[in-house]
Design a protein. Structure first.
Length: 493
């Protein structure tokens, strides 16, 4: 192992020690209630949430995955990025304020309380939403494995397992409270070191997109520097897939529920997402810069190769710290979100006896271990980092976005504002169930071609409206009807 590899291992151990200390410090307060563990008691301030949103978005999967995908697909990949990252701004404008007024533990719980009052719908929503989070954790592990394999020569598989264990340990201790403080450190690292990294990378093209185009043409890759000839439907599908996946990601709802007030929820998401759009687009362009330097790489190895061969060793260490911080932030937050979803929406509603806070926290910790193991397997066997994300995005987004949007807009009382513990939607339970299944299944039907996600969204929306009208007066099985009992925390306005 070379000196850079040794320094990387030392840096990794040092950062992990800091994160372990933070988790221990927050453990006691997190265990006071399930609300504290899941959403920090709904009292998280702006500065913590801003860096949480930014750090979560700049995960190692994004950092390496988008660079690798742009390396293979060229500028058309920006359509997916604009959809994926731009949806944070859409979320901030239209949903963050609503979420900031609420203190739900998960957004399927919100759908259940405000829209459907149906345990089956809540469970389906939780399952699909958790798939995004699990895919993200697997993606972070895969990226870490590839990164360490490049720098230290160690096989990726054991690295994926080691880092997944680390994600599990930190997440199970302090829940949301420890994550936001870790993200403060990790977000600062991403902002500072990320800025330095982009300056170094763009110096390779004299900070000019025109020069980048010329260099791509010189290596026979000019077609990747244009959108001409690209299937328009394919571009639209990439945009929509990225957008809908984020709108139903617990990772973004959870911090908004945790916000001290609605304004903090909205601003932290807007500004955190805005900075992330810039950084992610720059990361994709770096992928094209790498292509001008080496045309014989695959998507997973593009960024590690650049870090190892095109920058000074001290800068390599700096970039590694950046990637490590981004990956840790995204992985632990997604792991926590997935465990909270399954506990709160797949298990809790079907228990005859209400679970105590200590029981809920204990179950969440157990599920964190189980989900971590599943994510590690996904990271080991997935073909690429982004393949994990896009499949989960399309399936969950097509199944849940129509339900979320129609449910919030199609009100029984059009003049009433959505309020916790008050159902105000015309959607019926059977319509919600069918809409979710139709959207999720059709999004994965290859025979539908590049239009699969668009067709799935439209079909789900039609099913929800038509079946709601047809089953308006149908009496549902009381065993699967939620009571709508929530215990809202008081927030500042």
């Amino acid at each position: 192992m070379n000196s850079s590899g040794i320094i990387i291992w030392i840096t990794t151990i040092a950062l992990c020690s800091v994160y372990f200390f933070i988790a221990i410090k927050q453990k006691k307060e997190a265990e006071l209630s399930f609300s504290n563990y899941a959403i920090g008691g709904g009292k998280i301030p702006f500065f913590l949430l801003f860096f949480t949103h930014f750090a979560n978005i700049m995960g190692v999967g994004n950092f390496m995955g988008h660079a690798g995908s742009a390396y293979i697909n060229g500028l058309p990949w920006l359509a997916f990025i604009v959809g994926e990252q731009g949806s944070k701004i859409i979320f901030a404008i239209f949903f963050a304020g609503l979420a900031g007024r609420m203190t739900y533990n998960t957004f399927p719980e919100m759908i259940d309380d405000l829209i459907t009052r149906d345990k089956v719908t809540r469970a389906l929503s939780g399952l699909l939403a958790a798939s995004i989070m699990i895919a993200w954790v697997g993606g972070q592990g895969k990226a870490f494995g590839q990164l360490f394999a490049t720098f230290t020569g160690v096989s990726p598989e054991p690295i994926i397992i080691i880092f997944t264990i680390m994600f599990v340990v930190y997440t199970t201790m302090g829940g949301m409270l420890s994550l936001v403080w870790m993200d403060l450190i990790q977000g600062l690292i991403c902002v500072i070191f990320g800025g330095i990294f982009y300056i170094i990378a763009f110096s390779k093209i004299d900070f000019s997109m025109a020069v980048l185009g010329q260099q791509l043409a010189a290596v026979g890759k000019a077609e990747l520097f244009t959108f001409s000839g690209t299937d328009k439907i394919s571009l639209i599908t990439k945009f929509v897939t990225g957008c809908i996946g984020i709108l139903v990601a617990q990772l973004y709802w959870q911090p908004c529920f945790a916000a001290k007030n609605p304004l903090i929820a909205k601003r932290s998401m807007f500004y955190g997402g805005g900075v992330a759009i810039v950084y992610t687009v720059l990361t994709a362009i770096v992928g094209l810069i790498i292509l001008t330097l080496n045309q014989g790489l695959d998507a997973n190895s593009a960024m590690p190769w650049f870090m190892l061969n095109e920058v000074a060793p001290v800068i390599t260490i700096m970039i590694f710290i950046l990637v490590f911080a981004a990956g840790m932030s995204s992985a632990d937050s997604n792991l926590n979100a997935a465990a909270i979803l399954i506990t709160n929406d797949l298990v809790r509603p079907f228990r005859k006896k209400e679970m105590s806070d200590s029981e809920l926290i204990k179950l969440t910790r157990i599920l964190t271990v189980v989900i971590g193991a599943a994510a590690a397997l996904g990271g080991i066997y997935a073909s690429t980092i982004m393949s994990l994300f896009s499949k989960a995005y399309s399936m969950a987004g097509a199944g849940l976005v129509p339900l979320l949007v129609i449910g919030l807009l199609w009100k029984e009382d059009s003049n009433a504002e959505h309020t916790m513990s008050k159902k105000n939607s015309k959607i019926t339970p059977w319509a919600a169930r069918v809409g979710i299944v139709v959207g999720a299944v059709l999004s994965q039907v290859k025979a539908l071609g590049p239009n699969a996600v668009l067709i799935a969204l439209a079909a789900s929306a039609v099913c929800i409206i038509v079946i709601s009208i047809m089953t308006k007066n149908v009496k549902n099985d009381p065993r699967f009807i939620s009571e709508g009992n929530v215990n809202p925390l008081i927030k500042e306005y």
